[in-house]
Design a binder for this molecule. Sequence first.
Ligand code: HSE
Length: 433
Amino acid sequence: MIDYRRLRIALLGAGSVGSQVARLLLEQRTELADRAGADLELVGIAVRDVNAPRDTELPRELFTTDAAALIHGADIVIELMGGLEPARELILEAINSGADVVTGNKALLATSGPEIFEAAEQVGASVSYEAAVAGAIPIIRPLRDSLAGDRVKRIMGIVNGTTNYILDRMDTEGADFDAVLADAQRLGYAEADPTGDVEGFDAAQKAAILASLAFHTAVPLESVHREGITTVTASMIEAARHAGFVIKLLAVAERMDTDGQESISVRVYPALVPREHPLASVHGANNAVFVEAEAAGPLMFYGAGAGGVQTASAVLGDVVSAARRHIAGGVGVGESTRANLPILPIGAVTTRYQITLEVTDQPGVLATVASILSDGGVSVATVEQTVVDGAGTARIVIGTHTAREEDLSSTVQRLSASDVVRAVSSVLRVEGE
Ligand code: HSE
C-alpha cells in the first residue's frame, strides 16, 4: 500500500447524513486514500448526546461532546450538525485554526455565507458545500467550476423533494393537499412541522445559495421572494393539466437586463411549467436544477435531493477535493461577489400569468374583465370560459402575455374588487416557456 500523508478529519454531527459519512470514511478508507492521494483518518465525531440512537453502527470511542477540542488539530472539518449556532461559531473556529471546511448547512450559508467565505479567504482555507443544495446532485461544483467560463442566464430548480412529492401526487392522483401532506408525513418525507418545506423556506435558502454562486453577487435571504404551496388546490392542478401545464414549486434565479442595467431576480413560488419541459418530468421526491448558460445552452442536473447515503456522496466528494487541495497546497477557491448585481424586488419581474376568475354569467362581464386588464397594461393571450353551475357562475381562465408583476398584481386587485367578479380563484406564473 502507498504510504500516503495522513489527514485528520473531524466530523460534527451524526444524523442521517453524518452517520453515513462516518461509515463510508471508515469502510472505504483505503479506496478513498487512493482517490484523494491522502489517508483520511476520521479522528472523532462531535455530537450532543453520545448515547443517542444512530442510523448506523459506529465505533463508540469516536464520539465526543467536545466539538471545539475535536476541531483543533483537524485538517478537514465536516459540519453536518445543521442549525445556525453553534455551527457558525465552530466553522469559523475551524477556519481560523487552519482547517478546510465541508458543510451541508444551507440555512447557515444562506444567512452567514459572506462572513464564512470572508473568514476563509483571509486565511486561504476552502469551504465546500455541495450537500447544501439538492442532496446528491452535483450542482455547486458545476456552477463554481465547470461553468466558470460561461455566463449563466437563468436557473430554475426543483430543490425541495417534499413539495415535489406532494405536488406530483396531487397531479397524478387528483388528491388534495392535506391528504397528501399527511401521507408525506407518515412516510417520513415531510416533518411533523412541515412549514420549512411547504412554505418554501427550504427552497428559498437553496435559491439564495445558487443565485450567489451563479451571479457572483451576495444574495441575502430577505431578498428572495418566497411563496409556498399551501394555496395550491386539486382544482388548480386539474386546470393546469387541462391547459397543458404541471404545477411545480420552482426556485428561479434569473439575470435581467432593464434598459442596459443588469440586475438579478431570485424567487420561489408554485409555477405553471409546460408538460413538455424537462422539469415537468421530475417526479416524486426527486430534485432537478435546470441551468441556462449563454454558451452551453440548457443543462439539466437531476437526482436524489435528500437521503442520508445519497447526500453523503456529495459530502465525500467535497472531502476528497479538500484533501487533494490540502496536499497540493495553495489557497482555496473563494466565493466571488465581484459582480454585485442589484437584486430586483418581485414587482419588477416579468413573466406570463394564468388568472382564473369566477364571474357572474351575464352580458357584458367578459367586456368588463377585458377592460380592467387593458387599463392595467396587461395583455391577454388566451381566454377560456366555462359555465360552472346553474347559479349563474362562469369560470374564465385568462392567459396573459408577458406582464410586469406590479402591473399584474394591481390589475388582480381591481378584478377582485369588481362587481362582476365573484372570486379570483388563482393567479399563477408561467415559467419555462
Ligand atoms: N427537506 C428537504 C426536502 C430536504 O424536502 O427536499 C433537505 O433539504
